[in-house]
Design a protein around this ligand. Structure first.
Ligand code: NBP
Length: 488
């Protein structure tokens, strides 16, 4: 059904995709399979040709060799999705296409752009009357083809013209609603996609810690842990990541017959969205210790030099538990994993709330949980409960203050503490579990030692402090043991 384009191409396509590597070509196929006519273009034309040759039968594609033909194939207002490598390539593509577009047309960046870049691009294109939509897309290549979770930012006006098409190809939650909504203006979509990825890092780290504990302390083999995860996946931890972890752990290496996980080098890599999340959280002043520990854990794993230098350091002589003890321990690990997960999500949501206030995005916090229920990597049954928590109280200061979550985490705390203590005794690193528990304890503490920190700051730097019994700013003359009130 594909037609070859010429300079006299008729505008027949409802949407166009430029950048036809794995994500772009799958997204284009998804549109075509849903009955939309899709103009397709790639810098190297061979990719366009390959897509149409292999998948042309799936729907209506309009292949275009030149940028001019591509733009000419699009119905107005033009909707042009860019799926190229994030960074300079995105700017190059915008530079190429923007001069060919007219007022009211839309450029949609579906790549993993930094939200600050999206804000810059949106402002520059707005001056020209072109809508720029930074759209986070999650779900990898499988999601792009069969239904991703989509997080579009940009103007409400652009969403009115674009939203129905995106909602059509997005994943659907169990209740049938599309996993796509207008997140907010300018960079809001790419911001929440970044936080989604940060939460994904935290989730993966916590699952990895649970595995490590079950193996090292519980004495379970990978196949047994896979079974344990499968059981957990039928309960409150039901999620895509637990499901695929069980698959990975059950897998046997064809070449050696050993558990797959034992033949993989233990150095976790990262592409950068976790790091962006932590950097941005520091700028916003939001504690996201769960995500930060996950990013650092990957970093530590990759430091062969440090690990080699420290290998001879002594650790405890922890023996694996007895089978009965191991079963009890596994149940405790489930509690610790769940409670730590709630903390990571609470921190991620705080970050979205803070950015929304800072940038005037007015993000519906419950809606973010709703569109992550399907299609994306962190999809989980649990997200429907986060949606419900924010629906019941849109001003919820932290998920830990929601009655249901508070009750559950409170019930888990004894097991959580036992697991962290056991990990420490056995010398198993659990930065995710430990940081989450420390955050929980910090939030509930009636007094924090931050008071002492303030005293130290005032001592060496005259940074002043506030008092519990009076308003104002105070400084103590430490040599003369005299307090004075500072009003500046
Ligand atoms: P890549 O990130 O590997 O990018 C390859 C594409 O970028 C090709 O189409 C390539 O064209 C094009 N490109 C480059 Br590189 N430089 C260009 C330039 N200067 N001008 C025009 N085109 C240029 O593709 P991907 O893995 O499909 O990912 C696409 C986007 O989606 C990325 O931003 C990625 O971060 C994001 N994303 C990926 C995933 C995933 O699971 N892979 C998930 C979610 C989001 P060529 O064929 O001519 O070299």
């Amino acid at each position: 059904m594909a037609s070859t384009s010429t300079s006299s191409t008729r505008a027949t396509a409802q949407i166009g995709v430029t950048g036809l590597a794995v994500m772009g070509s799958n997204l284009a196929r998804n549109f075509a399979r849903h009955g939309h006519t899709v103009a397709v273009h790639n810098r190297t034309h061979a990719r366009t040709k390959a897509l149409v040759d292999e998948h042309g039968h799936e729907g209506n594609f309009v292949p275009a060799e030149s940028a001019e033909d591509f733009v000419a194939a699009l119905q107005r207002p033009r909707r042009l999705i860019v799926m190229v490598k994030a960074g300079e390539a995105t700017d190059a593509v915008i530079e190429e296409f923007a001069p060919l577009l007219e007022e009211g047309d839309m450029i949609i960046d579906g790549g993993n752009a930094h939200f600050a870049d999206t804000r810059r691009r949106e402002a520059a294109l707005r001056e020209k009357g072109i809508h720029f939509v930074g759209a986070g897309i999650s779900g990898g290549e499988e999601g792009a083809l069969n239904g991703p979770s989509i997080m579009p930012g940009g103007s409400a006006e652009s969403y009115a013209a674009l939203g129905p098409l995106l909602e059509d190809i997005a994943a659907k939650a169990e209740d049938g609603t599309p996993c796509c909504t207008h997140v907010g203006p300018d960079g809001a979509g790419h911001f929440v996609k970044m936080v989604h990825n940060g939460i994904e890092y935290a989730d993966m780290q916590l699952i990895a810690e649970a595995y490590d504990l079950l193996r090292t302390v519980g004495g379970y083999e990978p196949a047994r842990i896979a079974e344990t995860f499968r059981t957990w996946n039928t309960g409150r931890l039901d999620s895509y990541l637990i499901e695929i972890t069980a698959e990975v752990l059950a897998h046997t290496d064809g070449a050696t017959g050993r558990p797959f996980v034992d033949v993989v080098a233990d150095e976790a890599e990262q592409k950068g969205t976790g790091r962006w999340t932590v950097q941005t959280a520091l700028d916003l002043g939001v504690p996201v210790s769960g995500i930060a520990e996950a990013v650092f854990a990957r970093s530590v794993s990759g430091h062969k030099d440090l690990r080699e230098a420290a290998r001879a350091l002594p650790g405890p002589a922890g023996e694996p538990l007895s089978p009965v003890g191991a079963e009890e321990f596994a149940a405790q690990v489930e509690e610790a994993l769940y409670a730590s997960k709630v903390v990571s999500y609470a921190q991620g949501w705080n970050m979205i709330a803070k950015a929304s206030a800072e940038y005037g995005w007015d993000i519906d916090l419950g809606a973010m949980a709703a569109i992550w229920r399907g299609g994306c990597i962190i999809r989980a049954a649990f997200l429907d409960r986060i949606r419900a928590a924010f629906a019941a109280d849109p001003g919820l200061p932290t998920l830990l203050a929601d009655k249901e979550f508070a009750d559950e985490v409170g019930r888990a705390q004894d097991a959580w503490r036992a697991v962290v203590a056991t990990a420490v005794r056995h010398g198993v690193p659990t930065p995710g579990f430990s940081a989450a528990l420390a955050y929980y304890d910090a939030l509930r503490a009636p007094r924090l030692p931050a008071a002492l920190t303030q005293g130290q700051r005032d001592f060496f730097g005259a940074h002043t402090y506030r008092r519990v019994d009076r308003e104002g700013s105070f400084h103590t003359h430490w040599s003369g043991d005299r307090d004075e009130e500072r009003t500046d």
